[in-house]
Each structure stands twice: as structure tokens, then as C-alpha cells.
Design a protein around this ligand. Sequence first.
Ligand SMILES: [Zn+2]
Length: 285
Amino acid sequence: MRAEGALPPASKVEPSKVEPAKAETAQPAKDLKTIEKEYKVVAGKHKEEYEKYKEMNKAAWDEKDSKTRVAKMDAANKEKDRILNQYSTEDKPNSRSTYHKELANKLPEEQIRSELSQRFGDGVNKIGSDKVREVYASVSHNEEVIGKSRFSEIVQKIEVAPLKGRRVAAYSEKTKRIVINSNKAELKGWDAKDEDGTRFHPYAGGSPTKAVIDHEIGHAIYGAMTSGSGKISRVATVFGRDGVSRVVSGYASTKSKELAAECWAAAMNGNPNTVVQYVAGLMKG
Ligand SMILES: [Zn+2]
């Protein structure tokens, strides 16, 4: 912990002066209409294929001969896997995420803490040195995507405090604050895959903290949406629990708001598939 007055005179480094050598400019984002068109094709194909799988599955259950039934079940399950595995995203980090992380790594920690505490309160000083740069990278990346003024409206405080349960972090819509769980130091393994797909916060490039903060900012964006949330619920209906687990993450299949937050985290860290792009696109507006 440090008091605000105890900060050494920071030799302020302008972020523009420490541009990483390979700084890429933001790629022209696809507009929402284009993404929506692509999504509709993907969703239509998914529905059709999944109906066929369900018929195969039903036919297997109806089969009287046990040996044939096992073979039919097997074929149906293989077809289901084939359908759901079409959406796995390329495991390549998002270039803007890399850019913001490299930038944060080049800034003095004192400057990062000073900038963050001025905007989000002294609570940021409790964030450990191992995580504060990723929090900074998440903030600057999200501001780039949704704009500084919109960001400032939905995230006003960042703190470290104890949280109940298994949560690593949380966002409160009422107080517009992100709380990082002081009881939860470890984030390792959060992107581990199980048989249903990735469990939490899909990201590429090994930055669990940034992905978690991006997820919480995703909640903030979703909570402030004035239109489009119905379309996000319909994505969950079209793809179902199994589908959302593979296409986005296991956690995304639990609630619409988690689907939104997970898609946001996925879009901010990896190279998103069409479904993730669509949900994130609706959120971005
Ligand atoms: Zn969440």
C-alpha cells in the first residue's frame, strides 16, 4: 500500500514515445451489418446441421438392435463433434491486445499506478505488480475500442477486496466498479480446456489478468446496452449450451450476461470466430 503523496516524482513517459517497434495500426473493423450477415449464414447452417444430428441421435435411441444402436450413437456423437468443432478460434493473440500489453510493459510502474489511481481511485494501489500492467493494458485497449468517454461512464472505480465464491473479479453495475478478489491470487489454468471446450475467459497469448478485466468490462458494456441484448439471448438459444460451450466457453453457456462478457473477453484477446465477433459487435454498437 502506498499513500498518494508518497509517490516519487514520476518521470512521466508519454505513451506515444514508447510505441512498441512493431506497433500495428488498428485494423479497419468490420461494420456490424457485415458481421451480422456472416453470423446469419453461420447460425442458419448450425441450426440445419444440428437438427440433422438430433434426428441421427433419435434414430439411434429408437434402434432395437443393440449393436446397431451403439454404432448409430457413435456416428451421431461424431457428427455432433464435427458440427461443434467448426468454430474453434485460431490460437493467435489479437494484435491490439499485444500492442497494449507491450506498451504497458514499457511504462514505469509508478506512472501506471499514478494514472490508474487518478482515474479509478487509490484502490488500484493494492493491485500486485504482477497484475497492474495487465489492468492498465485492459483499460487502454477497451478505451481504444469503445472510446474514453463511454468507458469513463461505465467503469469509475477499480479496487481489490475480498469476494465470495470462486470469482476472480466482479463488476457492480450499481457502483460502476470492478473489484479484483483479494482472496484469489492465482489465475492459472483459467483457459484450460475440458471436454466441453474452454472453461473461462478465452484468450490467446497468455494474459489471464487482462482477459479477466476485459470480461468484467464486458459486463459493464452489456449492462449499459440500450439495444441488442435480445439478439445476444437469441445466440444462446440458437447454439444451445453445448454449442455456446464450444463456440465461446463453458462459462458463457451459463447465462446471457456471461455469454456477452466472455465474447467480449474473447474478442479483445484472440482472433474471434463469427459468433464471438457478432456478440462483441452488438455490444460495441
Ligand atoms: Zn462474468
